[in-house]
Design a protein around this ligand. Sequence first.
Ligand code: GDP
Length: 688
Amino acid sequence: MSRTFPLEKIRNIGIIAHIDAGKTTATEMILHHAGRTYKVGSVDEGTAVMDWMEQERERGITITSAATTCHWRKHRINIIDTPGHVDFTAEVERSLRVLDGGVVIFDGVAGVEAQSEAVWRQADKYGVARICFINKMDRTGADFHHTVTMINERLQNRALPIQLPMGSEKDFRGIIDLVENKVIAFPVDSNSISIEGTETLLAKHRQELIENLADLDEQIMLLYLEGQDVSATQIKAAIRRLTISNRMVPVLCGSALRDRGIQLLLDAIVDYLPSPVDVPPISVTDLESGEEILRLPSDDEPFAALAFKTVFDPFMGRLVYLRVYSGRVKAGAQVLNATIDKKERVGKLYVMHANHREEIEHTETGSIVASLGLKMTSTGDTLCETKRPVLLEAIRFAEPVLSMAVEPKSKVDQDKLDDSLTKLAMEDPTFKVYHDEETGQTLISGMGELHLEVLMERIFREYGIRVNAGKPQVAYKETITIPVESEGRFIRQSGGRGQYGHVWLRIEPGERGSGFEFRDQIRSGAIPKGFTPSVEAGAKSALQSGGLAGYPVIDVKVTLYDGSFHEVDSSDVAFKMAAFMAMRDGIDKAKPVILEPIMEVEITTPNQFLGDIIGDLNSRRAHIEGIESRAESSTIRCLVPLAETFGFAGDLRSLSQGRASHTMCFHRYEELPQDLSEQITARMGRTR
Ligand code: GDP
């Protein structure tokens, strides 16, 4: 069967930006030019298409990662929406997984902000090729060169401008295209557009670009050394090679709000960002052989897709967004969900456009589609051909750092609330719900205050339930600080069949973020291998609550290295118990400590409030990492314990007359200072 769209003409991209940099506006403009019948909405009026959830419109932020398909120069561009707020890093991670390329938007006034750095690092992790768009060149204070310097200093030293703005701020009147060697002047009020002086500027910077490219690319170097002219086509080909291999990031500029430079941006997406065949083939685990194999992006390969987003659409129902990595699948076909090992039907398939959806008969390799009818599949699952079971690398999500108790304002809503929370947790893997059996409370947890607030608002808007929420509680953890060896014996030999399990475990601190690692080093046959999984399970179950204050224990490395067994009495249960006992004792001896989540906070403020804000931060146990000062405003980058951040947004507002802004995201777990640790231990007591 022939394809409906050539694979090499597909661009699966994300638009990545710090909140307020102009992602929504730019997306709107892109859809305006490339999305057939789309009418431009304005963010300020709250009608943007990508921000389809009502509350997002009110907040002016984009939270979900729906996908929108549009067309430019006979290419199909699938825009996978990435959230603009740092509290939703899980959303960003998951969308980066399925992207081949990204457009990173910067505010030409604010430059590179904290979250852009976080997202940039994530994009590096997944090898996502990028182009940068420096937006808001029309705004007072916009500075193209300063932003390029910041990108090179803070993110990547291979950001090369392929355009220059002609003038800036009110005088932003054109774009100098260094590749095509021409000036695009915008129609402005006065008829006489002065492009005087731009010719020398163009020649100088074009030469610089060619020299920089020669430095990175052999073909350009040869032409350059031979003193030959380098054509626009040759430059473009070199930029494409370098961008796809992540050795260069082309930088463009414009103003999304005024529709300046957007068509050039679309050209650059098509010209420089990779198609699914330009990225390395995906590696999958073949579940029959257990081996890692490569799957080529081809319709002839067996079908494999990743469910990267689940949305409960109020009109359509449960939509699962899929990225198809190989093969194809027909609507209604049966597939295997390899993650949960269950077969199900893909149901109806849709391509989602900006303002309509198109039902399709089958998906093709490289496409992004929404499926209606998958019941068991959740975010992160692999779908594949039933006869060729494979698993794509699962998406790793951070554990929630904050929790709070919730209850419906009216008792009759309890079942409805449980149902809606379960649905939301299915959509968002960093949002968890559990019931505390002892207190009978429902607890929800997530990645920050805003994350939970947004979810509570959705429960009200989408399900009509009013909720009372308790005070947010920090998700503390425990860990150990020294290695120990610990013995566990579970031996019962009174009457009937006995129980016999005996292990020696080496318990060591693991690297931060490593979770739980287990190794079996028994060589002598002291314990038959068949019992190893039980030892591991027993060891793991001991981590559910630590000995200091009952918080989960993380970052522990456990090695089973000795023990003994009994021909008749040994059983899985006995070894599980023995390992559990060895762990409990061992953790207590291994100098346990309490860990607290630390947030990375970036605050931008007019200079006159700087002193007061630093004073406030100091009272919150903040560690200030750096202050960058510009003429009128400064940016403070710091690390603040999550427990000290409550109420910060309000305090910042009153300290700065509402003029400072901030972003906050989870950074890492760190040891809690001794005095606070003692307070918590005293309050929680030994819970076991
Ligand atoms: P997002 O949070 O990244 O999606 O940013 P938005 O697209 O919502 O834009 C944030 C604000 O910046 C809105 O008020 C936009 O109207 C404004 N904005 C976006 N692009 C430009 C631009 O090119 N120039 C100016 N002056 N304002 C812009």
